[in-house]
Write a protein that binds this ligand. Sequence first.
Ligand SMILES: Cc1cc2nc3c(=O)[nH]c(=O)nc-3n(C[C@H](O)[C@H](O)[C@H](O)COP(=O)(O)O)c2cc1C
Length: 199
Amino acid sequence: MNKYFKRTALIIAFTMLNVTSHAAETENRALVVCYSRDGHTKMVAEKLAEKFNADIEILIDKKNRTGALGNMNAGNDALMHKTTTIEPLQHNPADYDIILIGTPAWFSNMTPAVRTFITQTDLTGKTVGYFATCHRVGADKAAAQMAELVSKGSSDPKTHLPLNHKDIESRLDEKLTEFYVNILSSANSGPHPALNKGE
Ligand SMILES: Cc1cc2nc3c(=O)[nH]c(=O)nc-3n(C[C@H](O)[C@H](O)[C@H](O)COP(=O)(O)O)c2cc1C
């Protein structure tokens, strides 16, 4: 009898522990937002969405970014810090506590679609993380550029996740886990004065 009582008590305790820790993890609602032309950034976004139990918003640039001309304009628009027109969002960023923004690096700059999203969105008080992909170099600059646009330099570099294709092939899981820990610790360490451009 005593044995059964102990086993039941243990099962109840474990169940409660699981429920409590799951609630702590899901307390912060997260949205992963990214633009991706060729799929690398989207693949990272999907993995992050899985890790953070987040919703995902893929930005659609209305401007054609393919072909020789599209490619040339893409690089030029990014270099010139141009915005673009994007399709309406499927999710409302205001409903989320954590927003993770991702971009490919185009000549080490964020893409116009991501610049448009940041410029149009009020991220005040949110925990914001930045991820960027590049072939070889420039993702760090693109991530820092997004952070600068959102928070005017007050972002913690630990909330940046720059990845080149070698990182994606060889150590993505490790990098994603490190980013996950840093973002959650950032989210739990008080209010974040994420400011929009012009504020
Ligand atoms: C217009 C343009 C400019 C690029 N500039 C860079 C660059 O400066 N450095 C780099 O390593 N890769 C550069 N790339 C490669 C992309 O950053 C890289 O392939 C990225 O992972 C693509 O992301 P996506 O697959 O999500 O579109 C550039 C690609 C394009 C189309």
